[in-house]
Each structure stands twice: as structure tokens, then as C-alpha cells.
Design a protein around this ligand. Sequence first.
Ligand code: NAP
Length: 293
Amino acid sequence: MSMNVSFIGLGVMGFPMAGHLANAGHNVTVYNRTTDKAQQWTQQYKGNVALTPAFAAKDADIVFMCVGNDDDLRSVIYGNDGVLAGMTDGTILVDHTTTSAEVAREVSAKAALQNIAFIDAPVSGGQAGAENGVLTVMAGGDETVFAKVQPVMAAFSRFSQLLGEVGSGQLCKMVNQICIAGVVQGLAEGLHFAKQAGLDGEKVIETISKGAAGSWQMENRYKTMWQGEYEFGFAVDWMRKDLGIALDEAKNNGATLPMTATVDQYYADVQALGGGRYDTSSLLARIEALHKK
Ligand SMILES: NC(=O)c1ccc[n+]([C@@H]2O[C@H](COP(=O)([O-])OP(=O)(O)OC[C@H]3O[C@@H](n4cnc5c(N)ncnc54)[C@H](OP(=O)(O)O)[C@@H]3O)[C@@H](O)[C@H]2O)c1
């Protein structure tokens, strides 16, 4: 069924996600802070551009958002030009930004005052997942509301799951990032060791990827890591934001995350090497920089 939907934030992720909604036959209105990108979007897909989040949200059954961090989210939601100023009673707000669970709860409470339902719905799968429409969506919120948005999100996702009340999607995304941090550091150390041992990297990975050491990171990143190339996806600056969110949440729930805290500092080292925009597999660049010293 075709719906009126809006998409706020046409970045690496939002641009193709909004495109999939248009290709699925929905009536899409987009907003992007840098207007050029929104114009560019309408050259590629069928839809309208709005000049403020509030205008974009007007007449929408569902408003989707995918911006940077907690404060970016607040800046597109609140105020006279924010989405809440444009949305009407009984509609749904869905946030795909990776944020804290706290801001998800805050926005949900503010939206509820206007009888607007909120779902936090961070994603994983990266740029390629967004472009190919095969993202994983981790959601928090009301079951009935989720049942309404799930078929619409299917335009850009392969799997979506409701994890619990508002904030649970973000908590699940934190688990995702915690798991990735350790896996990438292990892979970086393994490849460094293989180089030191004079082994053929390709043969090593071909062999061990079929066993217990195999991982998405190994399959998708080992080749470029072996070649010292780090331009292939989720940036270190974003990862530090996400690990910071997870470490803050751990202070609230009492979780002990020694490996996450350590790897977060390793990523700070990568930033200091000028690698803030490198992808997360650049932990190997840090090891090699230390090794050369
Ligand atoms: N990239 C990935 O692989 C990936 C994977 C999973 C999750 N995520 C998460 O998805 C979110 C978006 O990532 P991305 O890679 O798409 O980022 P991006 O390419 O940097 O895009 C960010 C988008 O948010 C907009 N924005 C940022 N701050 C804003 C503000 N204060 N007011 C209005 N608009 C603002 C930007 O507008 P302008 O164009 O004007 O700058 C842009 O449209 C992040 O939370 C990230 O952690 C990313």
C-alpha cells in the first residue's frame, strides 16, 4: 500500500534508503540540511523536496530520519522548523540514526504529547546494505506501531526486529558495535602476525575463514586490510561516537566492557594518525604504525 512518507537526512545511508521508499511506490518528501543533496536526490528518484523538517513532515503518515548523533537528531525534531512542528496527530516518527537510548526515550516522550508514536530503529549493514536495500533494523517501541512500519521499512531492509520498549533498538545496536570492536581488533592482530610470520595472507584467510575464526569482518575486509587500504565503509569517527554511547550506557546498567574501552582508545589513536575517515578495519594501520616505531 502506497503511503505518504518523509525522509530527513540524505547522507550515505539516508540517500539510498529514501530512494528505496520511492522505488517501492511511496509518496516521498525529503529534507536535507544541505539542499543541493536533496535536489540531487530528486534527479535520481521520484519525490518532493521540503526546505525545513517541519514542511517535510506535513501530511506524512510516517517520518523517517537518519542524521548524525543525539544533538543532530534534536536539531531536526524540535523547534518551529522541526519535524514535530509539522507532524499531525496519529502519525509515526521512526529514527534510523545511531543514538543513545536516552535520547530515544526523550524524543518518544515529547512525541507522545502530540499523540505521535516513536520507534527507534538504528540499522546495520553499512553503505552497501543501504544501497542494496538489505539493511538489518533493530527497533524499540510499541508492537502495534512497529507492525505498521515494518512492511514499509522492508523497502530498504532484509531483516527487522522489535527488541522491546523505546530505546531497545539503540541498546541492541550498542551490542552490535561492542561485538564488532573485538572482532576487528582480533582480525588486525591476526593479519599482523601472519605478515610477521611471512605467511601468504590470502591462503591463511582462505583456510581459517571456513572454521571457527570466520567472521563478516574477515570475509569483507581482510583483502583491503592486507593491502593497507582503509576506505571501505563505516568511519572511525562514527565508531568512536557509537562506542562512546555504549560505554556511557554501561555506566548506567553496570556492564563491564574492558575490551570495548580499550579498542575505543585504539580508535582514538587512529584518529590521531589522521584516520578519522578511515573505515573501522584501520586498527591494523595503528598496529603497523606502532610496530614501525
Ligand atoms: N555509514 C554507515 O556505514 C552507517 C552504518 C550504520 C549506521 N550508521 C549511522 O547512520 C547515521 C547516518 O550515517 P551516514 O553515514 O549516513 O552519515 P552522513 O553521510 O554523514 O550523513 C549525515 C546526514 O545527517 C545530516 N545532518 C547531520 N547533522 C545534522 C544537523 N545538525 N541538522 C540537520 N541535518 C544534519 C547531514 O546533512 P548534510 O548533508 O547537510 O551534512 C546528512 O544528511 C549515523 O548515526 C551513523 O552512525 C551509519
